[in-house]
Design a protein. Structure first.
Length: 316
């Protein structure tokens, strides 16, 4: 009977087992083993660092090439969105009111183009309205500005107060030039600070002396009485003309500067004629200033000023 040798087979099996223990083992997947979570975190960090490095490289490359870097991206999701401010209504500008401002109303005397004889005296009167916000005080003046001064003053005090909204008659004494021609002179108002405002002018035509005209009007004050009045004021006007003709005129006074009814006086030759104005001014007005004057309607159409007084009738 043949005998089988089993020892070598057993030895072979033992040697194979020993070799198998020394071979390298495969890496378990991330989900296996106790260190799987740490291994995954490490891999995530490595990827983030790699991506950041790549972005930095791209940014640097773009900057060197002249391209603008990409805008930064905020990762803070807690910042509230920016809200545009609401539009507000811008008020319209308001009109600035002017302190010293005037408006020409009318020529009370000597309208533009009035004919004058050479060297004749006349009073130019303008009616002016205060349309500003400040009162004109007696410190305000009327000043010559330019043009033909015609013997007028360089400056003349206003002499009274004119409140906003009120009108005033401004009068200056002038003399017509001796040479026939057209003449215009300009004046202005000047406030207490020396600032001028509002321009007004006198415009006349000087013609030869052969033209019939009133050359002057002067006044004297007298009195009159009757059964019901005693020592009432009487104004006598002395009208002088340069030749024969008819003069028409109107009396004026403080409470009626435009004049009353038109009257007339006829000259047979050059000379002076007297006319009178009797005023039954009540005694209660004694001591109160007032005035009476005359406007020559034809041939001059000019104001020859007035006379000031304070008298009134006395009680019988």
């Amino acid at each position: 009977m043949r005998r089988t040798n089993r020892i070598p087979l057993a030895v072979t099996i033992l040697l194979l087992a020993a070799l198998a223990c020394n071979l390298p083992q495969p890496t378990p997947p991330p989900s296996e083993g106790p260190n799987a979570a740490f291994t995954a975190a490490a891999q995530t960090v490595a990827v983030a660092l790699t991506q950041s490095a790549q972005n930095s490289l791209v940014t640097a490359t773009n900057t060197q090439a002249g391209a603008p870097p990409p805008p930064p991206t905020s990762t803070n999701t807690n910042i509230p969105p920016t809200i545009a401010p609401l539009a507000t209504n811008t008020p319209f500008p308001t009109t600035t009111q002017q302190c010293d401002k005037a408006e020409f109303v009318t020529d009370v005397t000597v309208p533009d183009g009035t004919v004058m004889t050479p060297g004749s005296s006349f009073i130019k009167t303008w009616r002016i309205k205060n349309i500003g916000t400040c009162a004109w005080t007696p410190a305000y003046t009327i000043v010559y500005d330019h043009g033909n001064q015609m013997g007028g003053p360089n400056a003349q005090a206003l002499g009274l107060t004119v409140n906003p909204g009120q009108t005033v008659d401004i009068a200056i004494n002038l003399v017509a030039p001796t040479t026939p021609n057209d003449y215009t002179g300009y004046w202005k108002l000047r406030n207490a600070s020396g600032v001028t405002f509002t321009q007004f002018y006198a415009d006349i035509k000087v013609q030869a002396a052969s033209t019939f005209a009133v050359t002057s009007v002067t006044y004297t004050l007298a009195t009159w009485s009757d059964a019901g009045h005693t020592n009432c004021p009487r104004v006598v006007a002395h009208i002088t003309a340069n030749g024969a003709g008819t003069v028409t005129f109107k009396w004026t006074r403080q409470d009626d500067p435009g004049g009353g009814a038109t009257q007339s006086v006829t000259f047979a030759a050059a000379g002076t004629k007297n006319v009178r104005y009797d005023w039954s001014r009540g005694s209660a007005w004694a001591g109160t200033p007032t005035w009476v004057g005359m406007i020559i309607v034809t041939p001059n159409n000019q104001n020859f000023g007035h006379i000031n007084f304070t008298s009134a009738c006395t009680v019988p």
